[in-house]
Design a protein around this ligand. Structure first.
Ligand code: OAD
Length: 236
């Protein structure tokens, strides 16, 4: 089976009703990114940041995967698929994708303030008790915090992501402005024979020497076009 890697960003979930970050009306227009998505912001006002992600988590329960997520999952019938996502939602999993690498953490999980990457401290929040509360402790006794990779923190999942990108026969980038590193640097690791597609309704800045085929459509329509015209599938 050919190896197919998807690299997805906020635009992947836009049609599910989750705001992107940098489009007009995006999340970083409404909330200062330094305040709610940096380790300094968290240390300065943990309650505000915890509540910001509590709100995002409640919204996540109200949305569903879009057709694009479902088409990505359906590719597993014909390809060896890995999804590398910058998204903290769980919509790829809900659509049926079985191998998902979350570069920037997961909204449904919580961890320790002192040891955020210690697997013994990472828990999945139950759907009937979604909020992280001030004073709630992780396994190591420190304040429980969202399992989100904030600006200023390391990105431990970048190593497995690089390993997958290097082995890929086809890479499909969907809905990311490719502004945030190290995720945006992943395309630098593709092998020479690898074919790269980009699905995004807007112009995205990327290295033109990579020979990327840009399908200038939204995630769902773009996935339909990708399957119809570019990468064949045997299944219906
Ligand atoms: P951005 O908001 O920077 O980019 C969203 C991309 O999605 C843009 O290129 C849009 O043109 C595109 N887009 C919009 N609607 C779309 C649709 N219906 N279908 C497909 N594409 C669409 O989001 P990211 O690149 O994901 O990190 O941002 C990367 C990281 O920055 C995020 O993971 C987050 C943020 O700060 C953290 O919070 C750590």
């Amino acid at each position: 089976m050919k190896r197919l890697v998807f690299l997805t960003g906020a635009g992947m979930s836009a049609e599910s009703g989750i705001s992107t970050f940098r489009d007009s009306g995006g999340l970083w227009e409404q909330y200062p990114v330094q305040q709610v998505a940096s380790i300094e912001g968290y240390m300065a006002d943990p309650e505000l940041v915890i509540n910001f992600y509590n709100e995002r988590r409640r919204q996540l329960l109200e949305v569903k995967p879009c057709e694009g997520h479902r088409l990505v999952a359906s590719m597993e019938k014909d390809y060896d698929v890995t999804v590398i996502t910058q998204n903290v939602d769980n919509l790829h999993e809900k659509a049926g994708s079985t191998k998902v690498i979350h570069l920037h953490g997961e909204l449904m999980k919580a961890t320790s303030t002192n040891n955020p990457n210690d697997p013994r401290c990472i828990i999945t929040l139950p759907e009937d008790n979604l909020d992280i509360k001030m004073g709630q402790k992780a396994a190591d006794g420190s304040q429980l915090r969202p399992f989100i990779v904030w600006f200023g923190e390391s990105v431990p999942m970048i190593e497995p992501a690089i390993a997958e990108i290097m082995k890929a026969d086809i890479v499909v980038v969907i809905g990311t402005s490719l502004n945030v590193y190290p995720a945006a640097g992943l395309l630098g690791y593709v092998s020479s024979g690898c074919k790269i597609y980009l699905i995004d309704p807007a112009d995205v800045r990327y290295d033109h020497s990579l020979g990327i085929t840009h399908i200038k459509k939204g995630a769902s329509e773009g996935m339909r076009e990708l399957i119809a015209e570019h990468i064949p599938v045997a299944h219906e």
